[in-house]
Design a protein around this ligand. Structure first.
Ligand SMILES: Cc1cc2nc3c(=O)[nH]c(=O)nc-3n(C[C@H](O)[C@H](O)[C@H](O)COP(=O)(O)O)c2cc1C
Length: 179
């Protein structure tokens, strides 16, 4: 299984980027080939119908569509913002939805995420699922949300809590083998 993985977060020290690296290692151990994309490369300007009418899809969206197109599965690690999808990720997915047929149609997709809050992305995942399933992505039934992310990683980017590492590993293994 060839997985394209990216974080729906932009900052260099992002906990979601850290989580994504751990998930990618788990997926590779489970036999998947994983490419980690830098979300900065796939962030187009704000969606504007006039821009689309004049120049079509932006290069960042075309690049993301190309990655989605060749992947057997997609892994997204995203925080929630105000109990919903972070704006840059929603914007990137809105642009992706303008390519028809939907490039996410039938693609196995796993949502994971880290937040500094206490409820580990539950509402963000619910919102993200709606947007992804509207584009016919095959969103995996389970997801993994890490709460209290600011205290959850060691300085070298490993989980502080072995139980969290095991939980993520089990989900990734299931996704790679069952999706
Ligand atoms: C605009 C904004 C909204 C946020 N909303 C939530 C939220 O709804 N739930 C939550 O647990 N954390 C929320 N946070 C805190 C994020 O979980 C935290 O900033 C996290 O580190 C972001 O992910 P990153 O480390 O990958 O950048 C919010 C942060 C920002 C900047």
């Amino acid at each position: 299984m060839k997985i394209f993985a990216f974080a729906g977060a932009l900052r260099a020290g992002s906990f979601n980027r850290m989580l994504l690296k751990l998930a990618a290692a788990d997926a590779r151990a489970a036999g998947a080939e994983v490419e980690i994309g830098d979300f900065r490369d796939y962030c187009p300007p704000h969606y504007d119908g006039d821009v689309e009418a004049a120049s079509g899809l932006p290069p960042e969206t075309q690049a993301l569509l190309a990655k989605i197109g060749v992947a057997d599965g997609i892994l997204i690690a995203s925080p929630e913002y105000n109990r919903s999808i972070p704006g840059p990720l929603k914007n990137a997915l809105d642009w992706v939805s303008r390519a028809k047929p939907y490039r996410l149609a039938g693609k196995p997709l796993l949502m994971i995420g880290a937040t500094s809050g206490k409820v580990g992305c539950i509402n963000g995942f619910a919102a993200l699922r709606i947007t992804l399933e509207f584009q016919m992505a095959k969103v995996y039934a389970e997801s993994y949300g890490l709460s209290g992310a600011a205290a959850a990683f060691t300085p070298d980017g490993q989980f502080v809590d072995a139980a969290e590492a095991a939980k993520l590993n089990a989900l990734i293994k299931a996704f790679v083998t069952q999706a």
